[in-house]
Design a binder for this molecule. Structure first.
Ligand code: PMP
Length: 460
């Protein structure tokens, strides 16, 4: 829809408020205020229905890795729709886009992660993982190994399975999650929870919480441990360097399966194809979605190692989705991967964009509100605090300062998300260095205005 024939914003907002239930939203309050309506996008920039331009610091929901407006992906979708718009992969059938994409992913993924089970989203893929790891152990004659260990403040989706693996208290408070057989350990969030420990000591301590949990519930009952290489929705929480090697040692020692949820960190976000490669993690299963198609089509999946896939293959796996390996989504994903590869986008993140962002982002630590400014690849976060030296929280409770700052970001033409009082970004991987400068300039203006606002409110 072009801007010229788009109805006025107020009309769109009224329709939205009357009929559209938004995810993760207090819909009553939004209805009063009116949703911001995004009408088009190009590169790293969005345009709303009032014609205002915004830098998309979040790549949509961490997914538009190649940036907006790549006509090649639209053409790939149109081509595939004309040829074979839909067919399933059940009942001993296959089609070219799904099998070609599976083979491509096997080539990109490290080690013996050679097999792909497709889903429509990250949540669905994690639901697959729950059933797959339990079925794996059942086929190994160890059906009692059913418990999956996950982390508080981890995010793995919003289905009953994904939301249960996730450790979001606000989600668990609604609708009967977590489902049985999933337990949580504490996260490696040094700024918020590290107390007097050094980051290295704290990383080790939080990794050893995994071993403690395994011993508490009995190693013979544990199927798998799932975690994001870097927690995204939890607030871009970058683990101390000591964390992952110790986790790897522990999963190896007890022979439990490791699931790396790469929904955000996959496809270049950390400067390698997969976050597991950045951290030297050796998962048995990787969850993928988002950047797989750069969000142009809904598609996700599980990349599975030889041992697990060959074991699962011994019996019928009674699981699948109508849209598993959807041909149009798969064709678009293949085109997206071609572009990421041929335009060396992942290498550019590693060699140019990530180091540039790291330097520019770190300059924000001089701001009175900013306790830490950290980044890894093209994921970055700020901790807002009224007192840097004590890493204090705001008296008004978590999330108020972050919300105020998020609103000033919008007003300054920047989409930056808040998680409590952490401000987070994960821009398209194609962001230029001059756009990084502009993003930081807008973020700094928003921080200045937030500081003034909090002073006015007596919040600090
Ligand atoms: N895992 C992680 C790490 C995620 O960040 C997300 C989405 N933010 C999901 C799973 C769920 O993916 P989806 O929203 O596609 O179901």
């Amino acid at each position: 829809m072009s801007l010229t024939n788009t109805p006025p914003t107020a009309e769109l907002q009224a329709l939205d408020a009357a009929h559209h239930m938004h995810p993760f939203t207090a819909n009553g309050a939004l209805g009063q205020k009116g949703a911001r309506i995004i009408t088009r996008a190009q590169g790293v920039r969005l345009t709303d229905s009032n014609g205002e331009e915004l830098i998309d610091g979040m790549a949509g929901l961490w997914c538009v890795n190649i940036g907006y407006g790549r006509a090649e992906l639209a053409e790939a979708a149109a081509r595939q729709m004309r040829e074979l718009p839909y067919y399933n992969t059940f009942f001993q059938t296959s089609h070219v886009p799904a099998l070609t994409l599976a083979a491509k992913l096997a080539e990109l993924a490290p080690d013996d992660l050679n097999h792909v089970f497709f889903a429509g989203s990250g949540s669905e893929a994690n639901d697959t993982n729950i059933r797959m790891v339990r079925q794996y152990w059942a086929l190994k004659g160890q059906a009692q190994r059913g418990t999956i260990i996950a982390r508080r403040n981890g995010y793995h989706g919003s289905t009953m399975g994904g939301g249960s693996l996730g450790g979001m208290a606000a989600m668990h408070a609604q609708g009967g999650m977590p489902i049985p057989g999933i337990v949580h350990i504490d996260q490696p969030y040094w700024w918020g929870e590290g107390g007097d420990m050094t980051p290295e000591e704290f990383g080790l301590a939080r990794a050893r919480a995994l071993e403690e949990k395994i011993l508490e519930i009995g190693p013979e009952t544990v199927a798998a441990f799932i975690a994001e290489p870097v927690q995204g929705a939890g607030g871009v929480i970058i683990p101390p360097d000591s964390y992952w090697p110790e986790v790897q040692r522990i999963v190896d020692k007890y022979g439990i399966l490791l699931i790396a949820d790469e929904v955000i960190t996959g496809f270049g976000r950390l400067g390698q194809w997969f976050g597991s490669q950045s951290y030297g993690i050796r998962p048995h299963i990787m969850t993928i979605a988002k950047g797989l198609s750069s969000g142009y089509q809904p598609i996700g999946g599980s990349i599975v190692c030889d041992e697990v896939a060959q074991t699962i293959a011994q019996d019928e796996f009674n699981h699948g989705y109508t849209y598993s390996g959807h041909p149009v989504a798969a064709a678009v994903a293949l085109e997206n991967l071609r572009i990421l590869d041929e335009e060396s986008i992942v290498t550019r993140v590693r060699d140019e964009a990530a180091p540039y962002l790291a330097n520019a982002w770190a300059t924000l630590t001089d701001h009175p509100l900013v306790g830490e400014a950290v980044s890894r690849g093209l994921m970055a976060s700020l901790a807002l605090t009224p007192d840097k030296s004590s890493r204090a929280a705001f008296a008004a409770g978590p999330g108020r300062a972050g919300y105020v700052c998020r609103e000033y970001c919008f007003a300054n033409g920047l989409v930056m998300r808040h998680v409590g009082d952490r401000m987070i970004i994960a821009p398209p991987l194609v962001i230029s260095t001059s756009d990084i400068d502009e993003l930081i300039r807008r973020a700094r203006n928003a921080l200045d205005q937030t500081l003034e606002h909090l002073h006015r409110d007596g919040a600090m």
